[in-house]
Design a protein around this ligand. Structure first.
Ligand code: CTP
Ligand code: MG
Length: 231
């Protein structure tokens, strides 16, 4: 069934989905790889679209697949699909340029985090609504972390208690994200990194284990096991 987005919602979600999925191995663009018989992107969009605050969704698709992605998502939710770029940051910028007027909160969410629950979308949006300019969902780092040199010799042990592993969706006041992208120079792997460079404080909310990034074949296997409980 096609989800309806509430036009009164104050949140637009950008979903970069234009990556090749090199680390996942052969099988086509990662966003179109199957999980439980459906593309990762379908799982991600279904969860985003069921978050009540979301009034617009913009997907950045691999350029050759824009029409196929439009057809794929039409029965899932009303989404705008644009062509992504060579780097994730370019894909986010292309999606940002296509956001309709209205929503004052913008979330950026990787298609690769296909099982991120809609409750996480809402909690990130709520933290922006409550006054934070930039919000990231994080989990504590569970492994001991070492700093090593180029030869693999340990230089020291990092204090794990001050480290966090960062997920998406990341949330921003619209003007803050637009300004960060307008002045972006170096390519970074997350959007909060761009905002940090602008000197804007970034705050954390609790992440969710189901928001794991599907990067390697092992992650896809884990996601298959989680599918029944990750609704
Ligand atoms: N992404 C994108 N445009 C790019 C590169 C990445 O929209 N040029 C998106 C991916 O589709 C993914 C998210 O950014 O949803 C996170 O990137 P990553 O997990 O690195 O995905 P890929 O780049 O596809 O994977 P790999 O790096 O293994 O090729
Ligand atoms: Mg990548």
């Amino acid at each position: 069934m096609t989800a309806q987005l509430d036009p009164r919602g104050d949140v637009a979600v950008l979903v970069p989905a234009a990556g090749a999925g090199v680390r996942l191995g052969a099988g086509g663009p990662k966003a179109l790889r199957l999980l439980g018989g459906e593309p990762l992107l379908v799982h991600a969009i279904r969860r985003v679209a069921s978050a009540p605050s979301v009034s617009a969704i913009v997907v950045a698709a691999p350029p050759p697949d824009v029409e196929a992605v439009r057809s794929l998502l039409a029965p899932v939710a009303p989404v705008i699909v644009v062509a992504g770029g060579a780097e994730r940051q370019e894909s986010v910028a292309a999606a940002l340029a296509a956001v309709p007027r209205g929503p004052d909160i913008i979330l950026v969410h990787d298609a690769a985090r296909a099982l991120a629950p809609s409750a996480l979308v809402e909690s990130v949006a709520a933290a922006v609504r409550a006054g934070s300019a930039a919000v990231i969902p994080v989990l504590p780092v569970v492994d001991t972390v070492k700093e090593v040199d180029a030869k693999g010799v340990v230089l020291g042990t990092v204090d794990r208690s001050v480290l966090r592993a960062v997920q998406t969706p990341q949330g921003f006041r619209r003007s803050i994200l637009a300004a960060a992208h307008a002045s972006a120079a170096a390519s970074l792997t997350d959007d909060a990194g761009l905002v940090e460079k602008q000197g804007v404080p970034v705050t954390c909310v609790p992440g969710h284990e189901h928001a794991l990034k599907i990067t390697r074949p092992f992650d896809l296997a884990v996601a298959e096991l989680l599918l029944d409980q990750a609704q």
